[in-house]
Ligand binder design. Structure first.
Ligand code: C2E
Ligand code: CA
Ligand code: CA
Length: 730
């Protein structure tokens, strides 16, 4: 037997070579860049022709194909790869569109190893590719041991036996060696006495039944009382009858199958168990889940799939190293195993003999790859059962792990899909438990969530965005840009507003595209905490560098205002970075301050005022209701809503509102800032109406901190009377 195309185990996992085919040039560029960054060598080609030309003279470790391409498409390439002996074993990943079930079907028909929905989840793609590479390697090893097995069979020790029922057994010389008995007569009793005690009773029963039903015998029998030297002997024997139809003898063969059984077990383990943790792998899980669904359908009960994803594994892996990461995965596996009635080894044979107990035999925790696990509950009475197991899993993680002498806290997010409610096929259940898991991540991890049809409506993309946003904090992808607040009368800067940006890869995402989502999911709370700390850090830095002494304003939404510890947070931020409280300002919208429970917000505003943090009311005038209630608030600043500034000179009402706000500001003794000043004419009109403090593109857009610094040093601001004056506090 020829071994398959060699995959060199030593090198294939580091810098494996990927052939990437995509006609969408942008996607080709992005994917190829992302893969290179993640340790792959990439040959990228923009079409089917080029791909086939490349494959004519080289064998990559992996092939990634865009399914839909003009001309020769992904399916065509895949089919021709599978038709060629030297490429047959190369794993092929097909890139499909979202919800393109037809392509997924076709991909498998064409012989693809797996599919991946096109997205920018590069980390996920990397894991998928590594997983494919690993299983390709295992298949290769498996085929090698099968070849070894065949040779072993040739050399198999086999002997004949002939048992006269009720009398002695005639055994050939080879059979004597197989049984490990010396010369001299051999009796059934003597042979049975060499069978381990536990198996002996079973075997007696089997023999009795075989005899009374006149069956043939075909069975593995363990021989040898000492486990260290125990052999497995396969016995095959046929009955012979006398004229009365009675069994008079059994004749047949015995064979020592110890090595073969061991090899089979090894092959089974390779194909079905995850090498790192010993848990069932994806292949085994799929098999069990299929069986469980078949049974559940027949017996009309529910099953559950729990998708378990560790929340902070990447961080652990990055900070403590891969060996520690592996240890964490092993320990987590051990804990998960105790959360269900896990049974390690289930093969078709075991399943048959389990009969009615099949369902509990199928129950397991499996590792899908990376830090993703699945618990299969083949029979549940109700949804509550599945949720309870989910909670048990979170509970099991609570205790810190000790890795390399260090305490490590691992949490997990669990998404649950129930058969038949949430899907009637294994792929559907997998997908839906995945969505539920993403929903947990989006809401802040470390929870259990049942699949809801609404998740499909919200779409995986939103959920993924939420999950990515969650990671954004951990990965330090959030940044603050600063926009100056300018006193045009004196030509100087009186403060800055911190505006958040999300540096997502090479894209700078604007707040409009993620703040609403963050508010919806509650992520805004940790994000605001981060922003407060970051603004304080920046204020301190500028104070030290060039004596910056103004305030930096941070936008705080209502969710944060409703939290009991917000004053403490702000206090902690200023103490931690050693800046006076007055250098932190908070911008709250008029609605957020006035809406709902004033008894909650009022004490908070007073507490902030008391410690010296200034309060600015943002977007002022937008909801001009109950302005009078403002007189009781400890405010420092009103910001005229951008809409009125924009409409100055266009709608007469705007001028009226702006004048009223300025008058109100005077009456309350607070400063008034006009936002969104873009044109000189707007500046002049505002100035004429009595507003001196402004913010807007006319002066500067929000800038990264370095640019803000440079701007301060260089800028000449317009100033009352038209005479420019250099600002620069340095
Ligand atoms: P906002 O607090 O009203 O911020 C002012 C917005 O106006 C900013 O948009 C700013 O870039 C923009 N802007 C400044 N000057 C001009 C101008 O002359 N013309 C025009 N057309 N626009 C100007 P940005 O940075 O996109 O922020 C949008 C909103 O997102 C903010 O409105 C605020 O509500 C929210 N946001 C931004 N950063 C944060 C944050 O750190 N936390 C929270 N909770 N919300 C934030
Ligand atoms: Ca603001
Ligand atoms: Ca505003």
């Amino acid at each position: 037997m020829n071994p398959p195309a060699p995959i060199d185990p030593a090198t294939s996992l580091e810098w494996p070579e990927v052939l990437l085919v995509d006609d969408d040039e942008v996607n080709l560029l992005l994917t190829s860049f992302a893969l290179r960054e993640r340790g792959f060598r990439v040959v990228d080609v923009p079409g089917g022709e080029q791909a086939l030309a490349h494959l004519a003279h080289s064998t990559p470790d992996l092939i990634v194909l865009d399914a839909q391409m003009p001309g020769i498409d992904g399916f065509d390439i895949c089919r021709s790869v599978r038709a060629r002996a030297e490429l047959k074993h190369v794993p092929v990943l097909m890139l499909t569109g979202l919800d393109d079930d037809a392509s997924i079907e076709r991909a498998y028909e064409a012989g693809a190893t797996d599919f991946f929905v096109k997205s920018t989840q590069w980390g996920l793609l990397k894991h998928r590719l590594h997983y494919m590479l690993r299983s390709a390697r295992q298949t290769y090893e498996l085929e090698r041991s099968t070849a070894k097995l065949a040779r072993a069979q040739d050399l198999a020790r086999m002997g004949s036996i002939d048992w006269e029922v009720g009398g002695g057994i005639v055994v050939s010389a080879e059979a004597r060696r197989v049984f490990g008995v010396g010369d001299g007569p051999v009796t059934l009793r003597a042979l049975l006495s060499r069978v381990p005690l536990d198996d002996r009773r079973d075997l007696r029963g089997v023999l009795q039944e075989t005899l009374s039903h006149r069956f043939a015998l075909d069975r593995d029998v363990p021989i040898g009382l000492d486990p260290a030297t125990r052999r497995i002997v396969h016995v095959v024997a046929e009955p012979e009858f006398n004229d009365q139809g009675q069994v008079v003898r059994y004749a047949g063969f015995v064979q020592d199958v110890t090595e073969r059984r061991e090899a089979e077990a090894r092959i089974w383990r390779l194909a079905n168990l995850d090498t790192l943790t010993g848990l069932p792998n994806r292949h085994q899980l799929m098999w069990r889940a299929e069986k469980a669904l078949e049974r559940a359908e027949r017996q009309q009960h529910a099953c559950a799939l729990l998708l378990i994803d560790l929340d902070n594994f990447k961080k652990i892996n990055d900070s403590l190293g891969h060996a520690a990461g592996d240890e964490v995965l092993r320990e987590v596996s051990e804990r998960l195993r105790h959360c269900v009635r896990h049974s390690d080894q289930v093969s078709p044979g075991v399943l048959e003999s389990a009969g009615g107990r099949t369902q509990s035999t199928l129950e397991a925790v499996a590792r899908l790859g990376g830090d993703e696990f699945v618990a299969l509950l083949p029979e549940i009475a109700d949804v509550g059962d599945a949720e309870r197991v989910g909670r048990r899993i979170l509970e099991a993680m609570r205790e810190p792990l000790v890795v390399g002498g260090q305490d490590v806290i691992v949490t997990a997010s669990v998404g649950i899909a129930i058969y038949p409610r949430d899907g009637t096929t294994v792929p559907d259940l997998m997908r839906n438990s995945d969505l539920a898991m993403y929903a947990v991540k989006a809401q802040g991890k470390n929870e259990v969530e049942l699949f809801r049809p609404a998740f499909v409506g919200r779409g995986r993309e939103t959920l993924e965005l939420e999950a990515a946003l969650h990671k954004a904090i951990e990965r330090r992808e959030l940044v603050l840009h600063y926009q100056p607040k300018v006193d045009v009368h004196h030509g100087r800067v009186v403060g800055a507003e911190a505006l958040m940006r999300w540096q997502r890869g090479d894209r700078l995402v604007r707040p409009a595209d993620f703040i609403p989502l963050a508010e919806q999911s509650g992520l805004i709370v940790p994000m605001s905490e981060w922003a407060l700390g970051e603004a304080a850090r920046q204020a301190r830095l500028w104070q030290q560098r060039f004596g910056f002494d103004e305030s930096i304003a941070v936008n705080l939404p209502r969710q944060v205002l409703r939290r009991a510890d917000v004053v403490e947070q702000i206090h902690a931020a200023s103490v931690a970075h050693g800046v006076p409280h007055r250098m932190l300002m908070v911008e709250l919208t008029e609605e957020d301050v006035q809406e709902g429970d004033e008894s909650l917000v009022l004490p908070l505003l007073h507490a902030l005022h008391q410690i010296g943090v200034e309060i600015s009311i943002d977007d002022f005038g937008r909801g001009y209701s109950r302005l009078e209630s403002l007189t009781t608030l400890p405010l420092s600043e009103l910001k005229i809503d951008i809409a009125f500034v924009r409409d100055l000179g266009v709608r007469p009402q705007s001028e009226a509102v702006v004048s009223a706000i300025i008058a109100l500001g005077r009456a309350l003794g607070v400063r008034v800032v006009a936002e969104g000043v873009e044109r000189l004419s707007q500046m002049e009109q505002l100035y004429r109406l009595g507003c001196r403090l402004m913010q807007g593109y006319l002066f500067s857009p929000p800038m990264p901190p370095e640019a803000f610094e440079a701007w301060l040093g260089e800028t000449v601001l317009p100033r009352k009377g038209g005479v420019g004056a250099a600002v620069g506090t340095a």
